[in-house]
Design a protein. Structure first.
Length: 233
């Protein structure tokens, strides 16, 4: 087994255990291996260990990698997506995680209709209220969900967040709990075309508390592939 494959299996094991400990079925949380900046060879190592869900945050890199890797991979677009890049990825992803504006949702809808498909999206929440972060504020989200839900060509499958960087992963538990509550509040609005099936939250440093609080996708890069070198991109 490769080092990458080994890391993947160890974290998968943790995710399964944390699911069971919090009373959930172990398949209720999917481990997405975040492969941004990482070469195709390392992605194959994780694939050979059984991983089928990979996350990328850069459109060009995603588009380059897709044809070089097996067709049964589910690609997750997890980064900040610019409206003018949407046309390159629509139809190629399993899920678009970081939808952070009505305008972006509109463009995804428009390109999807053009391609005769419906795209599954997650709305990004700035749960820590950080200046530097993308995403809707919780109260703002409650207001815009009905508007976004009317856009043709998309399905709102849930919410996504990147919690603040923290020393102790337990510090972010409250943010993950707030995300879960927010998804319950949105579900209560009973808007057509809004599902709230998925919560994408938790990264290398804090995925353990995210699983405990109900994450359906954890996005783990460094702990599987090692540190990133952005100069190679
Ligand atoms: C890079 C990235 C991750 C993975 O971060 P790690 O700390 O390396 O696990 C998760 N989510 C998003 C949105 C990212 O851009």
């Amino acid at each position: 087994m490769s080092i990458t494959g080994d890391n993947y299996l160890k974290i998968l094991d943790n995710v399964h255990r944390l699911c069971r400990e919090s009373g959930r079925d172990e398949n209720e949380c999917t481990l997405v291996a975040v492969s941004k900046t990482k070469p195709v060879d390392l992605i194959k190592d994780a694939y050979d260990a059984g991983c089928r869900d990979f996350g990328e945050n850069y459109v060009q890199e995603l588009v380059d990698k897709i044809p070089k890797l097996p067709g049964d991979i589910r690609w997750h677009m997890i980064g900040h997506l610019q409206t003018n890049k949407v046309k390159y990825i629509v139809g190629k992803t399993y899920l678009i995680h970081g939808v952070d504006s009505v305008k972006l949702a509109g463009e995804i809808g428009k390109q999807s209709v053009k391609n005769g498909i419906v795209s599954d999206i997650l709305l990004e929440v700035n749960i820590g209220n950080e200046e530097s972060k993308f995403g809707f504020k919780p109260d703002e989200l409650l207001r815009v969900v009905p508007e976004i839900a009317q856009i043709e060509g998309i399905r709102i499958k849930g919410l996504m967040t990147s919690a603040p960087i923290c020393e102790d992963p337990e510090e972010n538990r409250v943010f993950f709990r707030n995300m879960k509550q927010l998804s319950i509040d949105i579900k209560k609005q009973k808007t057509d075309n809004v599902y709230m099936d998925f919560l994408s939250m938790g990264m290398s440093g804090d995925y353990e508390s995210a699983v405990g609080e109900g994450a359906s996708f954890v996005r783990v890069g460094t702990a599987i592939f090692g540190e990133r070198d952005y100069s190679l991109r």
